[in-house]
Design a protein around this ligand. Structure first.
Ligand SMILES: Nc1ncnc2c1ncn2[C@@H]1O[C@H](COP(=O)(O)OP(=O)(O)OP(=O)(O)O)[C@@H](O)[C@H]1O
Length: 304
């Protein structure tokens, strides 16, 4: 498999605090790589290091096979566009003027591709409207257009849908999918909005406490997200006793809600619970989702 980005044992220390602790990750070419971790896990730190905004304390990375220690890394970074934290947009310029400014900054005198870029991100008809008057979704799409200016084949998004309304989320999702499918752009996207990420990602890297705890493809995740039978019961303690006696693999997922990782005979299950004085109020089939998987991987809350 070809990899666009490979990191090896990356560490980042701020005084006494280790933000990255030997982070090793591999982003395959053509992937939409979901970089999943709770607040403070180290996602932005890693992205800032790849973008050259910060330096690692130790470890290394390769971008398109070029090592970070190689002098060619700056040139290689031109193959990459990034939208990190506050997008770099000039509020008192129109969408077109923002892109012209970016072309100037990048030393690209030919503006002929700007119309196509504006069309691609759905900002072709914004005319004289200044970016400061754009909706958050429009601003985010403009930021994506700015990141696309150098015609990159890797795009890095740090939490791209934070704060967007549902319509804005759909627009950004569709744009990301289009860039990946039609322009073959590899995408690294950090997010803690896991349900949304699940609609996009082809690969995942789960980061916790400064290191990658698991990398997997979307197919592998699907297999790992176990199907279960979810029961809502009147008495959880009594139900647990019955489930233990029947040697079921289960998890208490909420107050009086239990996920059973098996296909129990419902009549027998109801009878066993009833013997303990517990009734089943409802029973449904349930798929463990990305969030459930993430929590089972790193424990605790996903901060979402
Ligand atoms: N300049 C700094 N000095 C000291 N600590 C820092 C600095 N920058 C980040 N940190 C700490 O490093 C850890 C990782 O931060 P980082 O921003 O990479 O996390 P994150 O996964 O992107 O989280 P979030 O989703 O909240 O942005 C956090 O505990 C943060 O407080």
């Amino acid at each position: 498999m070809d990899y666009v980005l490979k990191t090896k044992d990356l560490c980042k220390q701020y005084k006494d605090f280790k933000a990255l602790k030997g982070l090793t990750m591999n982003v395959p070419k053509g992937a939409i790589y979901g970089f999943v971790g709770r607040n403070g896990a180290g996602k932005t730190t890693l992205i800032r290091i790849i973008c050259g905004i910060q330096f690692s304390t130790s470890g290394s990375f390769e971008l398109y096979g070029v090592k970070d220690s190689d002098s060619a890394i700056s040139e290689t970074r031109r193959r990459m566009g990034a939208i990190v934290e506050t997008p770099s947009i000039f509020p008192y310029l129109t969408a077109r003027e923002n892109l012209e400014m970016q072309y100037d900054i990048m030393g690209m005198p030919d503006y002929s591709s700007i119309d196509g870029l504006l069309e691609l991100v759905g900002l072709k008809n914004t005319g004289k409207k200044l970016a400061k008057n754009f909706s958050l979704g429009m601003r985010q799409r403009l930021a994506i257009a700015v990141a696309l200016c150098g015609n990159p084949d890797l795009l890095i998004f740090d939490e791209p849908i934070n704060g967007l309304d549902p319509q804005g989320i759909i627009e950004i999702r569709e744009l990301i999918l289009k860039l990946n499918k039609e322009r073959n752009i590899t995408i690294l996207i950090s997010s803690h909005i896991l349900d949304e990420l699940a609609k996009l990602a082809t690969h995942y890297g789960f980061i916790d406490n400064g290191s990658i705890v698991r990398e997997m493809s979307a197919e592998e995740l699907e297999t790992a997200c176990r199907k279960c039978v979810r029961i809502n019961v009147t008495d959880c303690t009594a139900a647990v006793k019955a489930l233990d006696d029947m040697e079921f693999d289960y998890k208490i997922s909420d107050e009086n809600v239990i996920d059973i990782y098996a296909k129990p005979n419902i009549t027998r299950l109801a009878a066993a619970l009833s013997k303990e004085g517990c009734e089943i109020l409802s029973c449904t089939e349930h798929d463990e989702n990305l969030e459930g998987f993430f929590i089972s991987l790193v424990g605790g809350d996903s901060n979402e």
